[in-house]
Design a protein around this ligand. Structure first.
Ligand code: PGA
Length: 255
């Protein structure tokens, strides 16, 4: 498949880490370290409670703020949920949807992922739609089947126009938080497969424009190898994004 030039996205998923005070001190260190990074989009996704402070600190910088989850509803009796409109009002530009921890611990299904993606798009947010296989899927040779099912049940249900506004992240579950990064070749093969699902569903032009991030134990010492793969359009970083210096060296991996 011939490659179009796609702008990289370097995103940090802070998960349930960092208070408002910790967010502040991390960003005060991080923002100057990445101020010269002009040829990629940089995103941090703090917990809900720290979003407003992060937005205030990132104002006027090259770093955008995202949320880690969103409700599929606009409003309503949905205790504990936060709507896409609320996130947009708080200054979020992105939202992570369907992270494996949401799928696993909170029983999110492909259908919920599809509804959340639509809600995010409706509020003008860019959803980062995650998918990835379990270790036993990979060992059983089921990786492509699982990825296809997650693709068709989630982003595959969008219109072409909606699809053109999402980002995707390939996050093999066996690589998340385990220190067991996918080899660049394994990651690239999965990205190629996801792109081929996109081509089947939406046509080659959409598929070639789609940006797919890799996530799972991305660290300063493996970023270069991963990004050497043209199929990888950026990364979604968990653990290593919590430390300002280490996330900055991932963002600045070329320098
Ligand atoms: P990790 O997490 O970088 O700590 O493996 C990645 C993620 O869950 O997005």
């Amino acid at each position: 498949m011939t490659m179009a030039k796609r702008r990289r996205v370097m995103a940090g998923n802070w998960k349930m880490y960092k208070t408002i005070a910790e967010t502040r001190s991390c960003l005060e260190l991080f923002l100057p370290l990445v101020a010269e990074a002009k040829d990629c989009d940089i995103v941090i996704a703090p917990p809900f409670t720290a979003i407003a402070s992060a937005v205030e600190l990132c104002a006027g910088s090259n770093v955008a703020v995202g949320a880690q989850n969103v409700s599929w509803g606009k409003d309503g009796a949905l205790t504990g949920e936060v709507s896409a409109g609320m996130l947009a009002e708080a200054g979020c530009k992105y939202v992570i949807v369907g992270h494996s921890e949401r799928r696993h611990f909170f029983h999110e299904t492909d259908d919920m992922v599809a509804r959340k993606t639509l809600a995010a798009l409706g509020a003008g947010l860019t959803p980062i739609v995650c998918m990835g296989e379990m270790p036993e899927d990979r060992e059983g040779g089921l990786t492509e089947e699982v990825l296809r099912r997650q693709f068709l049940g989630g982003p595959g249900s969008l219109t072409g126009e909606e699809f053109s506004r999402i980002l995707m992240a390939y996050e093999p579950i066996w690589a998340i938080g385990t220190g067991r990064v996918a080899t660049p070749e394994i990651a690239a093969a999965a990205h190629r497969f996801i792109r081929s699902c996109a081509a089947e569903q939406f046509g080659m032009e959409h598929a070639l424009r789609l940006r797919i991030l890799y996530g799972g134990s991305v660290k300063p010492d493996n970023i270069k190898g991963l990004m050497a793969q043209e199929e990888l359009d950026g990364v979604l970083v968990g653990g290593a994004s919590l430390d300002a210096t280490s996330f900055a060296s991932i963002v600045n991996y070329t320098s």
